[in-house]
Design a protein around this ligand. Structure first.
Ligand code: NDP
Length: 246
């Protein structure tokens, strides 16, 4: 498992949950990994230490995904400190749940800023560093495919936007040998969606497998898309959702 040896990755929102699992999975396959975070400095540093324990260089950078200048700065800093950039994983995201009447326009703006503008800003900055074989992988959501409950319209629209961005950037960056793909996780046991919350059984019941994912089960799909075996996959949406959309 050394297929990412010599590669440098940046994972946004890598301090916890799915992003932390992705950072560890990429390091386990040989990549040096920078992560961003916004609040959890200690946990971000722990993930960077885990990367180093795998014999790779690890870096934790504070960069609010809602601030495009901070995002671009983190991309440039990661490339400068680690010498290059090969893989961008747009993972940082927020998960507002509420009725149309409850979620106001300020919440809309903040959610779109983190979940959509952040990935766009990161891709824009990363494209200046990525070369032939480069990878942009964004983390969407199962609810971009199917919205089984009320209260998810805002979150779903941000994740659906990433599908358009992915296809458009695949066309734009393909001639440079850069692939651009989207992974839709299903319900995954993290702080944002704990598998022990009261509604978890109902949520898990909407998957074909009848259970939550572990972060590692999403990270392994991202690692595949980051690796050489996925070099002919671009503009694709990959559902790692336990059959949620089946
Ligand atoms: P968590 O809430 O567990 O972790 C979120 C991560 O994103 C943390 O590292 C957090 O940093 C970071 N983050 C949040 N806001 C910002 C910001 N403004 N700037 C920088 N970093 C930020 O979420 P998950 O791991 O569950 O989710 C990760 C991704 O997967 C998200 O895009 C989410 O929408 C998506 N997803 C999750 C599913 C699930 O069931 N868990 C299902 C489908 C998709 P910090 O620690 O500093 O706060």
């Amino acid at each position: 498992m050394n297929e990412l040896h010599g590669k440098v990755a940046l994972v946004t929102g890598g301090s916890r949950g799915i992003g932390a699992a992705i950072a560890r999975a990429l390091a386990a396959r040989g990549a040096d990994v920078a992560i961003t975070y916004v609040n959890s400095e200690d946990r971000a540093n722990e993930v960077a230490c885990d990367v180093k324990e795998r014999g790779r260089r690890g870096l934790a950078l504070r960069a609010d995904a809602a601030d495009p200048a901070a995002v671009a700065g983190a991309v440039d800093e990661a490339a400068e400190l680690l010498g290059r950039l090969d893989i961008l994983v747009n993972n940082a995201g927020v998960f507002p749940v509420g009725a149309l009447s409850e979620l106001d326009i300020a919440t809309f703006d903040r959610t779109v800023a983190v979940n959509v503008r952040g990935p766009y800003a990161a891709a824009r900055a990363a494209a200046r560093h990525l070369g032939d074989g480069g990878r942009i992988i964004s983390i969407g959501s199962n609810v971009a495919e199917r919205v089984p409950f009320p209260g998810l319209a805002l979150y779903a629209l941000t994740k659906t936007a990433l599908a358009g961005m992915t296809r458009g950037l695949a066309r734009e960056l393909g001639p440079q040998g850069i692939t651009v793909n989207l992974v839709h996780p299903g319900p995954t046991d993290t702080d944002a969606n704990p598998a022990d919350q009261p509604q978890a059984q109902a949520i898990a019941g909407l998957t074909a497998l009848g259970r939550y994912a572990d972060g590692d089960e999403i990270a392994s799909v991202v690692a595949f898309l980051a690796g050489p075996d996925a070099r002919y996959v671009t503009g694709a949406t990959v559902n790692a959702d336990g059959g949620w959309a089946a």
